[in-house]
Design a protein around this ligand. Structure first.
Ligand code: PMP
Length: 376
C-alpha cells in the first residue's frame, strides 16, 4: 500500500509511539493527583508544554492541551467572538477555511458580520483586500496557515504586522497543516491551533496556544484541569508523543522539504502537457491537487485505491459532502475541474519509489478513463 493521504492523517512515528507506550506504562498517573506519581506526571506535562511552545517560537505564549484542532478552533473562536461582540461585529476570514472554523462562525451568523478576504488564483490572501476590509468594527481575523486542499501558504507574519495597527482585532491562525511542514513566524498571533496526528503524532491530542489566557472561555467544565480552561483527565501519553513528534518533524526540515520538492516537481513535470488534466499551483511541497477533467474525483480515488495507492478527493472532513469544494471554487476553478479533483499529500517518509508508482498509477487511470475526460 502506498499512502499519500497524509493531509488527512499521518502514520504515527516510531518515536512518538515509543513515548506514548513508555508514558502509558510508567507514568500513567493522573496529572492532577497529588501523590508523587501524579506530580511526576504533571512535571512531564509541563515539560511537553514548554517544548511545543519553544519549537513553535512561542516561548512567551500559553498553551492548553485539547483533543485536536477541531476542539481548539471551537474553543478559541467562541471565546474571541463572545469577548469582543460588545466592540464590533466584523469577522474576516479567507474563503479557504476548514469546517471547524467556518461552522463555528456560521453558528454566530446572526450576531456577527462575516466577511471573506479575497485570495489570488494561487490561494494566497490578497493583503490589499484585507487592508480595505479592516475597520474599527472588526474584531477577529482567522486564517489557515497552510491550506489543507491545495497547499497554499499564507503570509502570517505580514498579516500579523498589518493587524498591529488594529489593537481591537484578534488574530487566530489554524496552523493544523502548517505545523511540522513549514516554519512560520507566529509572534504576532493571538491564538494558534494544531493537532498531533497531522505531524506523525497520535490521534486525540492537540493544542490551543494563546498570548492571553483570559480569552479562553472553557467549553468543558469539570475538575479544573489545564488551569480551569479544559477540564478532563489529561492524555499525557499522547501529549508527550506529540511533543516528540513535533521535534522530530521539525528536524532538518529544509532538507526534507527540498527532497519532497523534487518529488512534487517530478509528478508535475510528468503530467505537464496532459491536456485533460489540471494541476493546481502549490507552495507546499507536501501537496498536489490535480483534476481528471470530466471524471469524478471519487472514481479516480477508487481506481487508485484498487492499485493500492491511497489519496483523497478533497479533505477527509469534506469528502462526504456533495457540495463543490469551496477552496477550489474560491480560487476560480470551473465545476468540471473541481468535480474531477484529487488531493495527493506526501509525508516526510514518502519515497521516490512511491512517487514513481503514483505516476504510473495516475497514468493507468488516465488511460482507463479515456473518452470520459475532456480538455481543460
Ligand atoms: N484545521 C485544518 C486545516 C485541518 O486540516 C484539520 C484536519 N482535517 C482540522 C482543522 C481539524 O483537525 P482534527 O480533525 O484533528 O480536529
Amino acid at each position: 500500500m502506498i499512502y499519500l493521504d497524509n493531509a488527512a492523517t499521518t502514520k504515527p512515528s516510531k518515536e512518538a509511539l515509543k513515548s506514548f507506550n513508555q508514558v502509558s506504562e510508567t507514568l500513567f498517573f493522573n496529572t492532577a493527583s497529588i501523590h508523587k506519581g501524579g506530580r511526576d506526571a504533571a512535571r512531564l506535562l509541563e515539560a511537553a508544554r514548554g517544548q511545543i511552545l519553544n519549537e513553535l517560537g512561542l516561548g512567551t505564549h500559553h498553551l492548553i492541551f485539547t483533543s485536536g484542532a477541531t476542539e481548539s478552533n471551537n474553543i478559541i473562536l467562541r471565546g474571541m467572538i463572545e469577548r469582543k461582540l460588545q466592540f464590533g461585529k466584523t469577522v474576516l476570514v479567507s474563503e479557504l477555511e476548514h469546517p471547524s472554523v467556518v461552522n463555528v462562525l456560521e453558528h454566530y451568523k446572526d450576531k456577527i458580520n462575516l466577511q471573506f478576504i479575497k485570495t489570488t488564483p494561487q490561494g494566497v490572501i490578497d493583503l490589499d483586500d484585507l487592508k480595505e476590509k479592516l475597520n474599527d468594527e472588526c474584531i477577529l481575523v482567522s486564517v489557515m496557515a497552510l491550506n489543507n486542499i491545495i497547499g497554499s501558504i499564507q503570509p502570517i507574519e505580514e498579516i500579523g504586522q498589518i493587524l498591529q495597527s488594529y489593537k481591537k482585532v484578534y488574530f487566530h491562525v489554524d496552523a493544523t497543516q502548517a505545523v511540522g511542514k513549514v516554519t512560520l513566524d507566529y509572534k504576532n498571533v493571538d491564538a494558534l491551533t494544531l493537532s498531533a496526528h497531522k505531524f506523525y503524532g497520535i490521534k486525540g491530542a492537540g493544542a490551543l496556544i494563546v498570548n492571553d489566557m483570559n480569552v479562553i472561555d472553557p467549553l468543558l467544565l469539570g475538575g479544573g484541569h489545564e488551569k480551569d480552561k479544559r477540564s478532563g483527565t489529561v492524555n499525557l501519553p499522547a501529549i508527550v508523543g506529540m511533543a516528540k513528534a513535533l521535534r522530530i518533524s521539525n528536524e532538518n526540515l529544509t532538507q526534507k522539504n527540498d527532497r519532497l520538492e523534487q518529488f512534487n516537481n517530478k509528478v508535475r513535470t510528468h503530467f505537464n502537457d496532459y491536456n485533460k488534466m489540471k494541476i493546481q499551483d502549490a507552495q507546499s511541497p507536501y501537496f498536489i491537487n490535480l483534476s481528471f477533467v470530466g471524471a469524478k474525483g471519487e472514481i479516480v480515488v477508487n481506481a487508485l485505491s484498487e492499485l493500492g495507492i491511497y489519496v483523497s478527493t478533497t479533505s477527509a472532513c469534506a469528502s462526504k459532502s456533495n457540495e463543490l469544494n469551496e477552496t477550489l471554487l474560491a480560487i476560480g476553478n470551473k465545476n468540471d475541474v473541481i468535480e474531477g479533483s484529487i488531493r495527493i499529500s506526501f509525508s516526510q517518509n514518502t519515497t521516490e519509489e512511491e512517487v514513481d508508482a503514483l505516476i504510473k498509477g495516475l497514468d493507468t487511470v488516465y488511460k482507463q478513463l479515456g473518452d470520459i475526460l475532456h480538455e481543460v
